[in-house]
Ligand binder design. Structure first.
Ligand code: NOJ
Length: 729
């Protein structure tokens, strides 16, 4: 499917003229009002504030009727009649809830991800939502961080692909009722680099890492047309992102020439006081506005201080005018002046249609990653007579919704039990036992019933355990230090495995988990994430073999928490783990642990299928290329198994010697292909040499002539290898 997205960035003299005409009639107080975003808890006199033109935007409202009511106050009862812009967290679906973003990314299918985003935008816009607070494009390399669930994982190249796909999908041009939606990539910037994986924590990274790793997905989102951005909560090297002139002016406006609206995150300006970056809200307003924030989410600083700061000559009114222009331009481009209201009847026609539910099923099926399948235990034959379905998530109608599930309802969710009942033949027997709760909130083992679980397993041909995290164990403010199974689930698992029956584990979680015992003792493991409303059906389809798993990891799974952060694109160091090292005293000194492997449990890009693929005959078209050239590299990929399967072929590059050190591998391309049994195809990558650059000692983006290594393979840890040289000319 080809996506046409609405282009908010095209210059429009007509809109500019309307903006100027309006601006010239505004008082300073009304101008500041356009820079304020409030929610229902902001102030008791919210209605009056809107009537007086002191609020430009609202967030987190409920439904078309409520939104229309507020719009009426703004349009019909305020002096200038400027409509509000209405924001909402539409993260992975709206009423039709899709898998969480990290799972969507595991499809490695940007087109499908765009389609899911478009469904979300359609369902949201019919409630009067204009502004989607997504995509979260923060690179995340620490699974302790709960918000790893909300992004596309650890990799820059894939992160950029998903950022583009989501923006194009959300800002679709053909939304119902002629409405428009604008996306808001977040959290600008480097929020995912929080120390120790603790949410909101300090970030202290080099400018080079910022530019090479954390900024590119934002740039990709802007290049795809994103017309707003949300500034982050965190500080970077002592300067909070929401009052950071380097991020908000030097990079955004001066380097990238981007002209969209900068919205601060929820009370991020008020939080400058806690950061110790502002003594009071007045100073917070001063430092954040002058740094480049246009709109204050939650309005605790701007509405009370900006006008006075202008009077005191500490803020220039011309700068206020520029920020207001950006907001008004967006409101005109969204068509809000022409069409501020939404027909409440539309929601029932547009939301949760059969077509949307089908798409949720397809995304769920393609997002799940088969981590282990010893002895081809999966797919389970349809001739199985008795299945023990065990675990606290086996018949759960809430947690598959995942964090930030907008208008998702438990009643819409298919559990694994529902899914299996729908696909199993009638004569099959399902013995369902929860076994224990997801978390232990009692401090004891109340509610755990291992005996029933063990009896069910003993009576069955196979035990399927559905284990993992509750939706509230990932997402914002939900970091974890221990990444094993919560509560009594590990004990439950061990009790069932001790029966000697074949065991399959289906994992639902918002992050990679640390599961060394499971990986050693359980023959088949399917990572199902929080898979949305159709999760149960998708899992059943995969378990029974109607669908072959095709998801690939977008984040490395650690063997233990002590390895974190672990990601494939690390630096070599002077004594790499696979080198000779230096012999000193009794051992080789290398960059390794005494008590843990250096490799991940499962690498980035990894995932099994129900068939096997073989890679052969890597060819590099020209082993020497120029700086403005294209590296063409290809390999044969063959389906060597006996059923069709989808393979995600990945291409990685290493720049061997640089003016500054370079990662040991970087993803530079991927392609998905479906191969019939025995079928083989040559997969060809064309990599522009200009995409092989980095920020050098002077922090200039350069591609350096020199030797490069290239791999084509099934994941970041395997692949065929070749070399090429980049020449000056
Ligand atoms: C805070 C979160 O960090 C952000 O992602 C979200 O969009 C806002 N709250 C609004 O709910």
């Amino acid at each position: 499917m080809n996506f046409i997205s609405y282009d908010f960035n095209t210059a429009s003299p007509e809109i500019d003229a309307r903006v100027e005409a309006l601006l010239s009639r505004m008082t300073l107080a009304e101008k500041v009002g356009q820079l304020v975003q409030a929610n229902l808890r902001w102030r008791d006199d919210l209605d009056d504030q809107i009537r007086q033109g002191r609020v430009g935007s609202l967030l987190s409202l409920n439904g078309a009727e409520q939104i229309n009511r507020f719009q009426r106050l703004a349009v019909e009862e305020s002096r200038l009649g400027i409509p509000l812009i209405i924001g909402f967290d539409v993260i992975h679906g709206f009423r039709t809830v899709f898998p969480i973003p990290i799972a969507e990314a595991c499809t490695w299918d940007p087109n499908l991800v765009s389609q899911a985003a478009r469904v979300a935008a359609m369902e949201a816009c019919v409630e009067g939502i204009d502004w989607i607070f997504a995509p979260m494009v923060d690179i995340a390399r620490d699974p302790r961080w709960g918000r790893i669930a909300e992004g596309a994982g650890e990799d820059v190249f894939l992160g950029c692909a998903m950022a583009r796909a989501l923006v194009v999908g959300f800002q679709a041009a053909d939304l119902p009722g002629g409405r428009r939606i604008v996306a808001c990539p977040k959290h600008y910037a480097a929020y995912g680099a929080a120390e120790a994986g603790k949410d909101y924590n300090t970030v202290d990274i080099s400018e080079r890492t910022l530019r090479d790793t954390y900024l590119p997905p934002f740039k990709a989102a802007f290049d795809a047309g994103a017309a707003t951005v949300m500034s982050a909560f965190n500080e970077i090297a002592g300067v909070p992102a929401s009052a950071n002139p380097f991020l908000l002016k030097t990079i955004l406006r001066e380097t990238w020439g981007w002209e969209g609206v900068v919205l601060s995150d929820f009370d991020a300006l008020g939080e400058l006081l806690h950061h110790g970056f502002a003594a009071d809200h007045r100073e917070a307003a001063l430092r954040s506005f002058n740094a480049g924030v246009d709109m204050d989410m939650m309005g605790n600083a701007f509405p009370y201080h900006l006008a006075n700061l202008v009077r005191e000559d500490l803020v220039e009114e011309a700068q206020i005018d520029s920020a207001v222009r950006r907001v008004l331009r967006l409101k005109f481009a969204l068509g809000l002046f022409e069409q501020p209201y939404t027909d409440p009847a539309l929601a029932a026609q547009v939301q949760l249609t059969d077509e949307h539910r089908e798409m949720a099923l397809e995304v769920a099926q393609k997002s799940m990653v088969l981590l282990k399948n010893e002895g081809n235990l999966l797919p389970l034959g349809t001739d199985l007579r008795t299945i023990a379905l065990i675990g606290p998530l086996a018949d759960d109608h809430h947690n598959p919704l995942g964090c930030w599930h907008a208008r998702g309802r438990d009643a819409d969710v298919e559990s694994v039990l529902d899914g299996l009942r729908a696909v199993l033949p009638e004569e099959a027997v399902l013995l369902h036992v929860p076994g224990c709760a997801i978390e232990d909130t009692t401090g004891g083992s109340a509610g755990a019933d291992f005996d029933a679980a063990v009896s069910a397993a003993l009576a069955a041909d196979v035990a399927v355990l559905v284990l993992g995290e509750a939706e509230m164990q990932s997402g914002e403010a939900h970091s974890r230090a221990h990444l094993g199974l919560p509560g009594w689930q590990q004990d439950l698992l061990e009790a069932v495995v001790a029966t000697g029956k074949p065991v399959v584990v289906v994992l639902m979680a918002g992050r990679p988990l640390v599961l060394p015992w499971m990986v050693e003792h359980v023959p088949a493991i399917l990572m199902a994430w929080h898979g949305g409303i159709r999760a149960g059906r998708a899992i059943a389809d995969i378990l029974l073999g109607a669908v072959a798993p095709s998801g690939r990891l977008v984040v490395s799974f650690p063997r233990s928490e002590g390895q974190i952060p672990i990601y494939y694109g690390h630096k070599s160091t002077g004594r790499p783990a696979d080198s000779e090292g230096v012999i000193q005293f009794d051992r080789r000194h290398r960059s390794v642990y005494l008590d843990e492997a250096s490799t991940p449990q499962f690498p980035f890009g990894y995932g099994l299928s129900y068939t096997t693929f073989a890679y052969s005959d890597l060819q590099i078209e020209a082993s020497e290329v120029t700086l403005d050239g294209v590296v063409v590299v290809s390999a044969e990929v063959a389906n060597t198994g006996d059923r069709a399967g989808v393979e995600t072929v990945q291409c990685y590059v290493r720049d061997l010697v640089g003016n500054v050190t370079r990662p040991v591998k970087e993803l530079k391309g991927f392609q998905q292909l479906t191969l019939a049994p025995g079928e083989r195809r040559r997969v060809r990558f064309e990599i522009p040499v200009r995409s092989l650059g980095f920020h050098n000692l002077e922090l200039r983006y350069v591609v350096e002539p020199g030797d490069f290594r290239v791999w084509i393979g099934p994941n970041a840890a395997e692949g065929l290898q070749g070399e090429f040289v980049v020449k000056d000319s």
